[in-house]
Ligand binder design. Structure first.
Ligand SMILES: Cc1cc2nc3c(=O)[nH]c(=O)nc-3n(C[C@H](O)[C@H](O)[C@H](O)COP(=O)(O)OP(=O)(O)OC[C@H]3O[C@@H](n4cnc5c(N)ncnc54)[C@H](O)[C@@H]3O)c2cc1C
Length: 393
């Protein structure tokens, strides 16, 4: 049996190695358009700041993949899939046959349709990080458009490299998808104290040679502009092959697409209306697909997303439904320590949590959110952490 995995990101690489382990008699091929061996995309910030090199980020060397029984084809982009012939055809014309095809093509960073957007660098892969480092080597000012997790990570990295950095963000506080206004304002203040500048809320009109032009006419001067405004699932191959896709490639509980010979996993897949944007669910989906291909009963069961900011030494964590309109909120804020917690409840269930300044209890809250267990009757105690919650802990 020929198993072909397209996309050598975390999901594709995990699926390929699991399959080679489970189905020793099968031929497992992993093809990826990036020129390098699979690496830890989550740790790209370390490559940006120079605290780790590519070797340290590499998760599977070509030799390790070969030893694991995976034929690895780096630097090869698949241009189309011929479902009738069961072949994937690369841009260089090579036809790779398959009995089972796994699409693990991830996401692309979005390039906003702004005048001058082609001047901006994205933040998704090693090539982007090399471009940022090359620009940072000359110093000066940088602007990062987008104050989400990735934008803040890029901004903190460029700041650490000695650039003057302004984050341009359309909302009232950074990371508004993960944080409420209280935690967001505290995060912005802490980052400002570290030297980061914010233009917020601010709308971008154009990227010009001198910097970023805002809609109100002001110019944020910048030699380097980074666009970190979100990602879009890479579904082109599947769509052009006639596979149903919404935001991502539609899959069932076993990560199988509408074609029984084709699976989709990771950020390119849409399961039950959701597209994942984190590495943990992408890896869980890879394991489910590998088990299903090996003939085992397997079912993907999503867990609530939890997000943590990795940069700037500020403990920030959130999970579940943040600021849901129909949920009751409990807030704990300590002016002295700067610690802040906000929890959201529906009835006796915890549905969302934000922790700022102290995140040691994140596991406790994530467990309550995922399990749907009833919270203790004394609700105020919940914000104090597990040691105050008796049996519920
Ligand atoms: C800077 C950064 C920091 C991050 N930090 C975190 C974090 O702290 N925590 C977290 O959970 N997640 C984080 N993420 C997100 C995490 O990296 C992704 O969720 C994860 O990489 C998704 O894995 P994937 O395999 O689905 O897709 P990807 O990692 O996108 O891999 C897809 C691969 O497929 C290749 N490909 C696409 N099309 C083709 C084609 N036609 N032919 C051949 N190859 C193709 C792509 O080049 C890519 O190498 C971060 C992402 C970035 C960019």
């Amino acid at each position: 049996m020929n198993i072909l995995v397209v996309g050598a990101g975390p999901a594709g690489t995990r699926c390929a190695t699991l399959l080679a382990e489970r189905l020793a008699a099968a031929g497992v091929t992993l093809v990826g358009e990036e020129a390098v061996a699979p690496y830890d995309r989550v740790a790209l910030g370390k490559l940006l700041t120079g605290t780790a090199d590519l070797a340290a980020l590499t998760t599977h060397t070509p030799a390790a993949l070969a030893a694991a029984g995976v034929t690895f084809r780096p630097g090869q982009r698949i241009a189309r899939i011929d479902r009738d012939m069961r072949q994937a055809i690369a841009t260089d014309g090579t036809a790779l046959p398959y009995d089972v095809l796994v699409l693990a093509t991830g996401s692309r960073a979005v390039r906003l349709p702004l005048p001058g957007a082609e001047r901006a660098v994205l933040y998704r892969d090693i090539v982007d990080v090399d471009a940022m480092r090359a620009a940072a080597a000359e110093g000066g000012a940088a602007a990062v458009i987008g104050g989400g997790l990735l934008g803040l990570e890029a901004a903190a990295g460029l700041l650490a490299l000695g650039m003057t950095v302004t984050v341009i963000h359309p909302m009232g506080w950074p990371m508004e998808r993960q944080l409420d206004d209280g935690a967001g304002a505290r995060l912005a203040a802490t980052l400002q104290a570290q030297g980061l500048r914010f233009a917020m809320p601010a709308a971008t009109a154009a990227i010009e040679a001198e910097g970023v032009r805002l809609k109100d006419g002001a110019l944020v001067p910048a030699r380097l502009v980074v666009l970190a405004v979100g990602v879009r699932p890479e579904t082109t191959l599947a769509r052009e092959a006639g596979l149903p896709a919404g935001r991502g490639i539609l899959v069932d509980n076993a990560m199988r697409t509408a074609d029984p010979a084709i699976f989709a996993i990771g950020e390119c897949a849409e399961h039950d209306g959701e597209v994942c944007g984190l590495v943990a669910p992408a890896l869980a989906q890879a394991a489910v697909a590998a088990a299903a291909i090996a003939g085992e009963a397997a079912r993907y069961a999503p867990r609530p997303d939890a997000a943590a900011l990795k940069v700037s030494g500020i403990p920030v964590w959130s999970a579940g439904a943040i600021a849901a309109a129909d949920a009751e909120a409990i807030t704990l804020a300590c002016e002295e320590s700067g610690e802040y917690r906000r929890l959201w409840l529906r009835g006796d269930k915890l549905v969302g949590a934000v922790l700022f300044g102290q995140t040691d209890d994140s596991g406790f809250y994530l467990d309550l959110i995922s399990s749907g267990r009833a919270v203790p009757p004394l609700r105020a105690a919940l914000a104090l952490g597990p040691e105050y919650c008796g049996d519920a802990a």
